[in-house]
Design a protein around this ligand. Structure first.
Ligand SMILES: Nc1ncnc2c1ncn2[C@@H]1O[C@H](COP(=O)(O)OP(=O)(O)OP(=O)(O)O)[C@@H](O)[C@H]1O
Length: 644
């Protein structure tokens, strides 16, 4: 499996993993290598443990014949006769010693096997989980936007659990089956090859039946895993949008959609299970058949001598050993169905995990990228053009969104971006954070092309606050400290004071230790916004990007927040995006964006005098104009894209 760009065939994770022939081997090679010693020890212990388990039935057979029935010599496979005692008492005690010793050996090696194999399996799964998340985090923003959250959750959760089950128990069962088939077959052939052939006659049936099952079930398992992802996506959407679901007019709409996704999952699961319920009992029947055939042929042989074309003697002892060993053979063979079932399920999951791991990235980090220590806040956009599709060839969003954007932000200055909805303002901010790469042109921070500096250091130098700040489930202090875990309590308080948050936080039930709930639901929109601002104050960046930071709060809170925004912008280079022009009329420069282009630029006063789009927007907002001019109506009616 390689991680380089795969290009072409669709964008979903299922599609990316579909052509991988051996996903489990790929994952095993990639993640198991560093844990080879544990695996080797585990496998060795497993072989010894299973082998030692065969000692009891073998010893039992020879003891019955030679010691109790006085029939035949006291022999043991692989042990020269000269080493064995000749009197019955010594033979009996040697048998007792071997049975007791093998019991101890089985217990010790079983412990070593379980310890090593579990350590190996869980270690591999830990690496796969951590890597899958890291990979998802590294993926291009455009790709992340195309993949559903539920889908990724189901890969990180359900698919890895499926794989864990296989690496954990499946591998052990495979070894067990291998040792039993090879070991027991060898012993049976050694004891009485003619009866052994009867016993082993059903083996080709096992193989054929299992082959049929794997071929038939593989696509069904892939469909099942994919349906789990779809249902997760629907559930995730419905749960996070539960307010809309509750208040939307069409009451049963979401429930119906979940119902449909659940029904698809049911259909796919049942279609795979239908095969599995034929296969499993079928395998059990075949194993029973082996036992039955051995019992009937062997029993007749002991009673009346060799049946049919068979020749020679079969002693009671050998017959007992045959039955005991055949049981040891059929029990793991019956389990083969579980292993194959688990393997096929894990294979389908493995494909999805590999799909995620091989997802191509286009916004990549230059290996020689410099670390941006601290910048003096000088930012330049130089003839920047952008289309979302260029960051992901599979994307259909290939229309240009920005064209020839050029402007300079000098240290300490505030540049405001205003303009109709969909004009491209937020896209400009996201390009500066390198969430996407420009299609052409260049963005420079302190003279460095931002593609030539590490993304981490670039983003550390830029504080970003948007309209819907995200809070994690945790305390107020943890949220302010997010990403800066070393910050002292005093620094957190100071940041909260600067963000006008300290007072309300102190009044919460547990002050800074108050739990904010998932996504901060226990706080109001304005409170969440101030916590997010405190986070940026603590970060103390050189450049601040405020994307509609006050859009979702009431006028009183806006006044409070504006006070802290002014403080935040002081001595820092600031890009402020706003619809409410009153919040940016003091900016050093205002850029008016329309259809992805800068159509006007200047100070508030200058732009009013120019009497262009800005003046039009201003008059509407101040109530001087109450009819929407045609130029603006067009923007509301259509989604703006660059038209030339
Ligand atoms: N992830 C995306 N993939 C594809 N197209 C996008 C994406 N995000 C935004 N767009 C498109 O890019 C254009 C500019 O969007 P952007 O969010 O930059 O506008 P905006 O000026 O910030 O709008 P608003 O003022 O409404 O926030 C719009 O046509 C939008 O549909």
């Amino acid at each position: 499996m390689t991680e380089e760009n795969t290009g072409g065939d669709g964008s979903t994770i299922d599609e990316l993993g579909r052509d991988i022939e051996q996903p489990l081997r790929s994952l095993f090679v990639r993640y198991g290598r560093t844990k080879q010693r544990r695996l080797a020890l585990g496998l060795f212990a497993s072989v010894v443990s299973r082998g030692a388990g065969l000692v009891t039935p073998i010893v039992l057979g020879t003891t019955i014949d030679a010691v109790f029935n006085n029939e035949g010599a006291y022999t043991l496979p692989l042990v020269p006769s000269a080493w064995l005692p000749s009197d019955a008492t010594s033979q009996f005690w040697l048998s007792a010693l071997l049975v007791g010793g093998s019991l101890v050996l089985v217990a010790l090696t079983a412990w070593l096997r379980d310890y090593m194999m579990n350590d190996f399996a869980h270690g591999v799964m830990y690496d796969i989980r951590a890597d899958s998340y890291r990979k998802f985090q590294e993926l291009d923003t455009v790709f992340q936007e195309e993949v559903d959250t539920g889908e990724v959750m189901s890969i990180l959760n359900n698919d890895t659990t499926n794989l864990e089950r296989f690496f954990d128990n499946g591998l052990q069962d495979m070894v067990r089956i291998g040792v039993m088939v090879v070991g027991v077959t060898g012993i049976l052939l050694h004891l009485n090859y003619q009866l052994a052939v009867i016993t082993l006659l059903a083996l080709p049936l096992f193989i054929g039946f299992t082959w049929w099952f794997t071929q038939a079930v593989e696509p069904r398992y892939a469909g099942w895993r994919s349906s789990v992802g779809h249902l997760n996506t629907r559930l995730q959407n419905a749960i996070s949008g539960s307010l809309l679901v509750k208040t939307a007019p069409a009451k049963g709409y979401e429930a119906n959609r979940i119902d449909n996704a659940a029904k698809d999952l049911y259909d796919d699961a049942i279609s795979a299970i239908r095969l599995s319920v034929v296969y499993r009992p079928g395998m059990r029947f075949l194993t029973g058949l082996i036992l039955f055939a051995t019992f009937v042929v062997g029993g007749t042989w002991v009673f009346t001598g060799p049946p049919g074309p068979l020749t020679g003697d079969l002693t009671v002892g050998t017959f007992v050993v045959f039955m005991l060993l055949t049981q040891r053979l059929t029990a793991p063979l019956a389990k083969l169905s579980d292993v194959v079932d688990r393997y096929e399920n894990a294979k389908a999951s493995g494909k999805r995990i590999c799909g995620l791991l091989r997802a191509p990235t286009y916004v990549t980090e230059n290996p020689d990228a410099a670390v941006l220590d601290s910048i003096d806040g000088h930012v330049e956009f130089d003839t920047v053009s952008f289309a979302y599709g260029t960051n992901n060839p599979q994307s259909s969003a290939d229309e240009p969104v920005l064209a020839d954007i050029s402007f300079t932000l000098n240290p300490g200055e505030t540049v405001a971006l205003v303009g109709p909805t969909g004009a491209g303002k937020s896209t400009i901010a996201k390009l500066l954070l390198r969430l996407y790469d420009v299609t052409s042109g260049e963005i420079r921070a302190d003279g460095h092309d931002i593609r030539e500096v590490t993304r981490g250091s670039l983003r550390e130098s830029i504080g970003y606050v948007n309209q819907e700040p995200f809070l994690f489930d945790g305390t107020v202090a943890e949220n302010i400290r997010y990403g800066q875990s070393q910050a002292s309590d005093e620094a957190v308080r100071q940041a909260a004071r600067a963000a006008q948050a300290h007072e309300f936080v102190e009044n919460l039930r547990d002050g800074y230790g108050t739990e904010v709930g998932e996504r901060g639901v226990k706080l109001s929109g304005g409170q969440r916004q101030r916590i997010a601002l405190a986070r940026v104050f603590l970060q103390d960046p050189d450049v601040v990007v405020l994307d509609e930071a006050t859009a979702s709060v009431d006028t009183e809170t806006e006044l409070l927040i504006n006070r802290s925004l002014t403080e935040l912008a002081e001595e820092r280079s600031t890009i402020a995006i706003a619809h409410r022009l009153s919040t940016v009329c003091d900016a050093d420069r205002i850029l008016v964006i329309e259809d992805g282009e800068i159509v006007e630029r200047g100070t508030h006063k200058y732009l009013l005098e120019e009497d262009g789009l800005y003046a039009m927007l201003w008059r509407i907002q101040t109530g001087e104009m109450d009819e929407l001019p045609e130029r603006l109506e067009r923007h509301v009616a259509t989604d703006s894209v660059v038209t030339r």
